[in-house]
Design a protein around this ligand. Structure first.
Ligand code: PEP
Ligand code: MG
Length: 311
């Protein structure tokens, strides 16, 4: 099956009934662009900008950032590119942005909280992105990490618009943001669900800690219900909702996500072929039925078994 998926022709992501499900790439550097395109990425669903600066002691200048963004946007000319503002803290510390004395950095001043505290760094990044956008021809979307509230959403989207960015959204990776998705998507143009952190915070299980790994499955119906809330919030506001966490790279779970109402999937480029092949086997009605079966269970193993049986 795997070999067949890898050698199948590369076509845009779609279900058996033709429902389009754009398949996008998660990237951490513009250097990965050529491989992603060769593997059929229809754009970038998550560009993790913090990886450009992991070894920097100082905040990057507008000029140096702009060069990386121009390179990325040029590689994806004519395609959608979703860039995430610096997501610093916990598993991704940045010396110039995060406070390493916090006892519990996963619950500390990270993501949008760190950026709002050091607004000049955020302004420089958004300025660099707007300048790169003006010189290139991709479709740039910009989003904020670790959004927990409507206020943070309004803060980020209004600042990004003020600095010249057109499409501004949020990552949903904190349960409060999923619960309030209908409100959040009034001021955000889109949402992208980060299932790695959403599962970590829903289950209160550190994503890097092996001893609680049994609690970290994105198949858990608690996570699936939150994902459905976000998809419903998107529908209520006519706004697109994607998934860019590891969940999107699991072929059967990808079908479940689409069944829950998710519009696009973003993953490591190496996962694209298998997900593309699995989506083609199911209609939207199938996907909705498979998702309903997974939702109606009490744990991750049951959800997976129920989805397999329904598929
Ligand atoms: C996530 O949390 O699912 C996500 C995509 O972001 P990261 O893995 O970079 O935290
Ligand atoms: Mg995350």
């Amino acid at each position: 099956d795997r070999a067949a998926a890898q050698s199948a022709p590369i076509t845009p992501g779609a279900l058996a009934d033709g429902t389009s499900v754009p398949l996008l790439a998660n990237l951490g550097s513009p250097a990965g662009a050529a491989d992603a395109i060769a593997l059929g990425a229809e754009g970038v669903g998550l560009f993790r900008t913090e990886f450009l600066f992991l070894s920097s002691d100082e905040a990057p200048s507008v000029e140096s950032q702009k060069a990386s963004y121009v390179e990325l946007l040029t590689a994806f000319e004519g395609k959608k590119v979703v860039v995430r503002a610096l997501d610093a803290g916990a598993d991704k510390p940045l010396p110039f942005l995060t406070d390493d004395s916090e006892e519990n950095p996963a619950l500390g001043r990270r993501g949008i909280r760190a950026l709002a505290h050091r607004e000049n760094i955020l302004r420089d990044q958004l300025t660099a992105l707007a300048q790169a956008d003006a010189e290139t021809n991709a479709e740039l979307w910009v989003m904020a990490p670790m959004i927990a509230t409507v206020d943070e959403t309004e803060y980020f989207t209004s600042l990004a618009k003020e600095l010249g960015l057109k499409t501004t959204g949020v990552m949903v990776e904190v349960p409060s943001a999923a619960i309030l998705a209908t409100e959040i998507l009034k001021s955000a143009d889109f949402a992208s669900i980060g299932t790695n952190d959403l599962v970590q915070y829903t289950m209160a299980a550190d994503r890097l800690l092996g001893s609680v790994a049994h609690l970290q499955s994105p198949w858990h119906p608690a996570a699936l219900r939150l994902i459905q809330m976000v998809a419903d919030g998107g529908k209520a506001n006519g706004k697109p909702v994607g998934v860019c966490g590891e969940a999107a790279a699991d072929p059967l779970l990808a079908v479940v996500l689409v069944g829950l109402g998710v519009n696009t999937l973003s993953m490591s480029p190496s996962a694209l072929a298998d997900v593309r092949a699995e989506l083609k086997k199911h209609t939207l009605e199938d996907a909705q039925r498979i998702a309903a079966a997974a939702l109606a269970t009490g744990n991750a193993d049951q959800a997976k078994t129920a989805a397999r049986a329904a598929a």
